[in-house]
Design a protein around this ligand. Structure first.
Ligand SMILES: *Cc1c(COP(=O)(O)O)cnc(C)c1O
Length: 390
């Protein structure tokens, strides 16, 4: 009997090593990685330049403490702010922690404005993590059930519906911030309209609210831009990052600009592991390798290649509702629950994931070649057709 807590429905496979977009099991079978550890392995597996940088860092210094100055952390903060236009960074270890920092910032910002019960607008079908505050912000009963009482101070509205936010603005004086994913990942690869992003920015300005974007899944080049919000002409006040930032090494970040700058003072927030030299070296090298390899343009191109390829091969197939996404964040929505496709794909040597019950989700590493993208289409299309017709 396993001594692991029963928190995951795991696939019956275990990997010993990886190379590029491929993973290998102990029997020597190889699998094309269409999931990248859920948008984590940005550079794929065993990227030579990346692992060399990590090895060098391990040999010099893995961890010290935030009691001391950490040069790697300063360098990564400079790089992230340069790429995003944001101003300050707090480093943590995961996506939920980055959102916790954002939620704490919003509350402190509210108290600074004399609001005793600050509230944050959040979206239906949102996913922000599994700590108590972030599961309360999450718009999925399955994530919350059994953990009541939930953390209060969240007001929920439908995704991509600016009128709903305007209504709240008129009636609720306690609101201090909006927290939203530019593309919902767990919610089924749903994209905010550019117009919505620009209107929400304007509403936040008019009401002195913080615009807080959860880019934990869609950030770090995933959509073909460094950050999802860069598809629009806006800058958020707060942005949370994690997943792809360290290419597999745990790291999260909460970035601020505008009205969110300078809210925390020493003693207000912290993290033992957050921003250690190893994690920051991973972050810095991820960003540098993406930049120098022209991998953002590549991501945009390969993403379109996959969406177009799937659209062509699944054209007219009954039961395929929509193929959508941006860059290498791709969803194929079917008209019935399709969790079984994960096992069927695994048997064909392809790793995929199903989210929101009916959406096949592809989040391959950003180094995926066009030939590998074609292989992915060639395996997945017949599988989906067979599945829908059986
Ligand atoms: C995965 C995810 C999180 C939670 O990140 P963890 O590292 O698992 O805590 C938060 N927000 C979004 C959008 C995510 O996709």
């Amino acid at each position: 009997m396993s001594h692991l807590m029963n928190t995951y429905a795991r696939q019956p496979v275990s990997f010993t090593h990886g190379e590029g977009a491929w993973l290998f099991d102990a029997a020597g079978n190889r699998y094309l990685d269409g999931l990248a550890g859920v948008a984590v392995n940005t550079l794929g597996h065993a990227h030579p330049r990346f692992t060399a940088a990590l090895k060098q860092q391990i040999d010099s210094l893995i961890h010290c403490s935030n009691i001391y100055q950490i040069a790697e952390q300063e360098a990564l903060a400079d790089k992230l702010c340069g790429l995003s236009g944001m101003q300050e960074v707090f480093f943590c270890n995961s996506g939920c922690e980055a959102n916790e920092a954002a939620i704490k910032l919003a509350r402190m910002y509210g108290h600074g404005r004399g609001i005793d019960n600050p509230s944050i607008i959040v979206m239906e079908k949102a996913f922000h993590g599994r700590t108590l505050a972030t599961l309360s912000a999450t718009g999925n009963r399955k994530v919350q059930a059994g953990f009541e009482p939930l953390v209060s101070g969240f007001v929920r509205v439908p995704y991509n519906d600016i009128e709903a936010v305007r209504q709240v603005a008129q009636h609720n004086r306690d609101v201090v911030a909006v927290l939203v994913e530019p593309i919902q990942g767990e919610g089924g690869i749903r994209t905010l309209d550019i117009a919505y992003l620009e209107q929400i920015r304007k509403l936040c300005n008019e009401n002195n609210w913080l615009l807080m974007l959860d880019e934990v899944q869609c950030g770090i080049g995933r959509t073909g831009k460094w950050f999802g919000f860069q598809h629009a002409d806006i800058l958020p006040d707060v942005m949370s990052l994690a997943k792809g930032l360290g290419s597999g090494v745990p790291i999260g970040a909460c970035l601020t600009a505008g009205n969110a700058v300078g809210i925390f003072k020493p003693g207000n927030h912290g993290s033992t592991f957050g921003g250690n030299p190893l994690a920051c070296t991973a972050g810095l090298n991820t960003l540098n390798i993406l930049e120098e390899g022209g991998l953002l343009a590549h991501t945009e191109r390969i993403g379109k290649f996959i969406r177009d390829g799937l659209s062509t091969s699944l054209q007219g197939v009954n039961g395929v509702k929509e193929i959508r996404g941006q860059g290498l964040m791709i969803g194929i929505e079917l008209d019935k629950p399709c969790g079984d496709l994960v096992k069927l794909a695994l048997a064909q040597g392809l790793l995929i994931n199903v989210t929101a019950d009916t959406v096949v989700r592809l989040l391959p590493p950003l180094i995926l070649s066009q030939a590998e993208a074609q292989q992915m289409i060639d395996i997945l299309s017949p599988l989906i057709k067979d599945f829908l017709h059986s």
